[in-house]
Design a protein around this ligand. Structure first.
Ligand code: UDP
Length: 466
């Protein structure tokens, strides 16, 4: 029997990609008729409302609410230079008492809403699992990193036990030392991010399930391994495509569904409209990675020397250690106006869907990877940290939909790889990328694996009561 009023509390990490994925999930839950509360930080909520139509978009769902909390940092802190670990722990100090209070109260806002019956926090918020268990509210974490990296996390305790970590020379197998999320670390025991990942891994068996943004045809073998740790693992991705498909099914508008914390520059689409089919490589390093001036110049020269047109997202805070890269970017773009276009933030899903785009030079963030797979665009991967390092290996070696440049930043290699992807081996890469794209589409269509998994998740959430 259904619980009278299933009410889900979604709590994303306070950064762009998980906010994006959790909003997609929130809307899918709304379409399934669930009561949904989306917990955002004050800072990100302001940015979201400033740069998107999210408020009016969600107004059509009367059972949806945003709630906000402080991230624990002073209001005037610009956040752009805050270490990720610092942000996570300052938020934890605010979130723990908030979660206790909201889960203990008989209504979520004290007046109109029924109590929360299920919490869906980001996987890194391991403490939400303990709070839920303590109060008796089910928790199903949503791990927004790549499943291949989650698998590495799950293996870390065993690797430590076997004294494989800290690394010995000569690790064998698919993953090399440089593919590991924390390969630079000498001491796993004291690294704060590794400690959070380990706590997350420990919390998984105590949770009521696990949500992943992937699909069976992409990650089937890994999902079987992950299920040995958490039987109830729901693979419901690619989420952005899943949402679009459901909206189309219900004949609801799907245009302009940005969740961006930055203002999107739509002139990138006009520029692409004027370029030949599959002639442009899209270059973006996501929302957080920073590059040194030397690295930006290596990429720039490699791209220019390849002779291939490119569209590059240079966020205002892309240049490491600088407040703004305005002057630097201006000087660069003056030098190659006819073949290059620079924006500070792009409507990425639309860019990747554009027929002028033939490939993607990416930092292998999980959202970017899924968005590229959906559009069947081959990738050059330049991984910066954490899951990107594992994902880029899978792109090159397992899925074979691109090349893994890993952490090498050399203009000659960049030039060679751009030519390889866009010209020399274009047909081969395109064929495998398009094959995966079709499988992604099938997975979210009626009866597909992700479609069924979402149905199962919604049914389970409805059953979870207090
Ligand atoms: N993104 C965007 N415009 C840009 C750059 C990125 O909309 O100019 C979006 C992109 O579509 C993706 C997210 O930002 O959904 C970046 O997530 P990802 O996991 O790839 O990288 P992260 O930012 O977490 O490193």
């Amino acid at each position: 029997m259904d619980h009278p009023s299933p009410h889900v509390l979604l709590f994303p990490l306070p950064i762009q990609s998980p906010i994006n994925s959790m909003l997609h999930l929130a809307e899918l839950f709304c379409l399934a008729g669930l009561q949904v509360t989306f917990l955002n930080t004050n800072h990100n909520q302001k940015l979201l409302l400033r740069h998107t139509n999210v408020e009016s978009r969600f107004r059509q769902y009367p059972r949806f609410r945003f709630r906000t909390i402080s991230d624990g940092l002073p209001e005037e802190n610009p956040r752009s230079s805050v270490q990720f670990g610092e942000l996570i722990s300052s938020l934890q100090a605010v979130a723990e008492p908030f979660l206790r209070e909201i889960l203990l109260s008989s209504s979520s806002d004290g007046v109109t809403e029924p109590p929360v019956t299920c919490v869906i926090p980001d996987g890194l918020f391991y403490y939400a699992v303990d709070i839920g268990n303590e109060i008796g509210v089910p928790v199903i974490p949503f791990d927004t990193i790549s499943p291949c990296c989650l698998w590495v996390y799950l293996c870390i305790p065993k690797l430590i036990q076997a004294e494989e970590i800290p690394f010995k020379a000569g690790m064998q197998g698919l993953l090399r030392r440089r593919d590991f999320p924390f390969y630079r670390l000498i001491d796993y025991a004291t690294d704060p991010y590794c400690q959070i990942a380990l706590k997350e891994v420990e919390s998984i068996p105590r949770s009521n399930g696990l949500i992943l943004n992937t699909f069976e045809d992409l990650d089937g073998p890994l999902l079987s391994l992950i299920r040995s740790h958490c039987q109830q693992t729901y693979a419901i991705g690619p989420l952005h495509l899943h949402l679009k498909t459901k909206l189309a099914e219900k004949r609801m508008p799907i245009s302009a569904s940005s969740n961006s914390l930055w203002e999107e520059d739509h002139s990138s689409i006009q520029w692409l409209d004027a370029q030949p089919i599959e002639s442009v490589i899209y270059v973006s390093f996501g929302s957080m990675a920073t590059l040194s001036k030397e690295e930006i110049l290596e990429f720039w020269h490699g791209l220019v020397n390849s002779g291939i047109r490119f569209l590059w997202v240079m966020r205002s805070n892309l240049l490491r250690g600088e407040e703004s890269n305005h002057q630097f970017v201006k000087e660069l773009s003056e030098g190659c106006k006819e073949r290059a276009y620079i924006v500070s933030w792009a409507p990425q899903e639309k860019v990747l869907a554009h027929s002028a785009i033939g490939g993607f030079l990416t930092h292998s963030g999980w959202n970017s990877t899924m968005e590229s797979i959906v559009q069947g665009k081959p990738m050059i991967c330049w991984a910066v940290y954490v899951d990107q390092r594992v994902t880029s290996r899978f792109v090159g070696e397992v899925w074979k939909i691109g090349v893994d440049m890993k952490d090498i930043c050399d203009r000659y290699i960049i030039e060679k790889m751009v030519k390889d992807l866009m010209v020399t081996n274009r047909d081969e890469f395109k064929k495998s990328a398009e094959k995966l794209s079709n499988l992604a589409k099938e997975s979210v269509g009626d009866g597909g694996s992700s479609y069924n998994a979402l149905q199962c998740l919604v049914d389970d959430v409805k059953k979870l009561g207090r």
